[in-house]
Design a protein around this ligand. Structure first.
Ligand SMILES: NC(=O)C1=CN([C@@H]2O[C@H](COP(=O)(O)OP(=O)(O)OC[C@H]3O[C@@H](n4cnc5c(N)ncnc54)[C@H](OP(=O)(O)O)[C@@H]3O)[C@@H](O)[C@H]2O)C=CC1
Ligand SMILES: O=C(O)C1=N[C@H](C(=O)O)C[C@H](O)C1
Length: 258
C-alpha cells in the first residue's frame, strides 16, 4: 500500500497554500478543503506572514504566486523542512540547479515543480516529444487570458525544450525557414531552436498548440484548459506524491509515470 493510500480523513495531509487569494490559489484552497485526505492549515498571500505555514505544522506547501516570488518561498519551505508542490512559472535550468543545491542537505524532503498540472497538457507535451523526431519543423502557439504575467507560458517553454532536445537527439538541424525580412517579434521567441508564439485575450484560460510540418502534411496537438478546475486533480496528486518523492521532481509526467 502506498503512503498516499494511508492518509485518510482521520490523518489528512496538512497543507499550506501560498498565493491563496490568487486565481489558482483560491481554487487550490477549495480543492484541499474538499478532499478527504488533505486539510488546509494555512492560507497565505502577498503581505501575509508566511511563518504561519510553519506555525500551523504544514507538511506540504503549494505555491501559485509569481515568478519573482517563488524562489524565496521555496527556499523558505526547504529551510523549514516543508515539502513543496510548485505550479508557479519562471523555472530556468539555473533555478532548478539552485533548488537541487538547497535540497542536498535535506535528503528526506521532496519538491515537485510542474509547469502544468492538467492531465491533457502533460499528455500533449509527451506526445509532442514523441512526434518531434519525425518532422523537420515544429512551432508552438500558447494562448492565455489577458491577466497572465509571463510570456511565453511555462508550459510552452517546457514543451519547446522537450521538442528541441528530442530534435537534437535525432540529429535534426534547424527547421526550414526562408524568412529574410520580418517585423521584430513576427516569428515569435526561440526556445531550444523551437519558435514559440504567445496570444493574450480576455475569455481564454490556458491553451496550447504544437504544430508539426512535414512532406505534404501537418500534425497539430492541441490542449485546452477551459476552467482552472482542470489543474486540481494534478495538484492533489502532487500533494499526495511529494511526501514519498525525496529530492526535486520536475514535471507531473514523472508522477504519472508516463
Ligand atoms: N502549473 C500549473 O498548472 C499552473 C501554473 N500557473 C502559474 O501560477 C502562477 C500564479 O497564477 P495565477 O493564480 O493566475 O496568478 P494570480 O496573480 O491570480 O495569483 C497569484 C497570487 O499570489 C500572490 N503573491 C504574490 N507574491 C506572493 C508571495 N511572495 N507570497 C504569497 N503570495 C504572493 C498574489 O498577490 P498580489 O496579486 O497582491 O501580488 C496573488 O494573490 C503563475 O506563475 C502561473 O503561470 C497557473 C495556472 C496553472
Ligand atoms: O498563468 C496561467 O494561467 C497558466 N500558467 C501556466 C503556464 O505558464 O504554463 C500553466 C497554464 O498554462 C496556465
Amino acid at each position: 500500500m502506498t503512503e498516499a493510500a494511508d492518509r485518510g480523513h482521520d490523518n489528512p495531509i496538512r497543507v499550506g497554500v501560498l498565493g491563496a487569494r490568487g486565481r489558482m490559489g483560491a481554487q487550490v484552497v477549495q480543492a484541499v478543503e474538499s478532499s478527504p485526505d488533505t486539510t488546509l492549515v494555512a492560507a497565505v498571500d502577498a503581505g501575509d506572514d508566511r511563518a504561519g505555514i510553519v506555525d500551523a505544522g504544514a507538511e506540504v506547501v503549494v505555491d501559485f504566486t509569481h515568478p519573482d516570488a517563488v524562489m524565496d518561498n521555496l527556499r523558505f519551505a526547504v529551510t523549514h523542512g516543508v515539502h513543496a508542490v510548485v505550479g508557479t512559472t519562471g523555472f530556468t535550468d539555473e533555478r532548478l540547479a539552485t533548488v537541487r543545491e538547497w535540497l542536498t542537505p535535506e535528503p528526506g524532503l521532496g519538491v515537485l515543480i510542474a509547469p502544468n498540472f492538467a492531465l491533457g497538457a502533460v499528455l500533449a507535451m509527451r506526445f509532442a516529444e514523441q512526434a518531434a523526431r519525425f518532422y523537420p519543423a515544429c512551432e508552438v502557439i500558447e494562448l492565455h487570458h489577458d491577466r497572465k504575467a509571463d510570456a511565453p507560458s511555462g508550459t510552452a517553454a517546457h514543451t519547446a525544450r522537450l521538442v528541441g532536445r528530442a530534435r537534437a537527439a535525432a540529429g535534426l538541424g534547424p527547421a526550414p525557414d526562408a524568412t529574410t525580412s520580418e517585423l521584430p517579434g513576427a516569428r515569435g521567441a526561440t526556445v531550444e531552436g523551437v519558435r514559440v508564439h504567445s496570444v493574450r485575450l480576455p475569455g481564454l484560460v490556458a491553451h496550447e498548440e504544437i504544430l508539426f510540418g512535414g512532406t505534404g502534411e501537418t500534425l497539430t496537438i492541441r490542449h485546452d484548459s477551459l476552467d482552472r478546475s482542470s489543474f486540481m486533480p494534478g495538484v492533489l496528486l502532487g500533494v499526495r506524491s511529494v511526501l514519498r518523492r525525496p529530492g526535486l521532481t520536475v514535471g507531473l509526467e514523472n508522477v504519472l509515470e508516463l
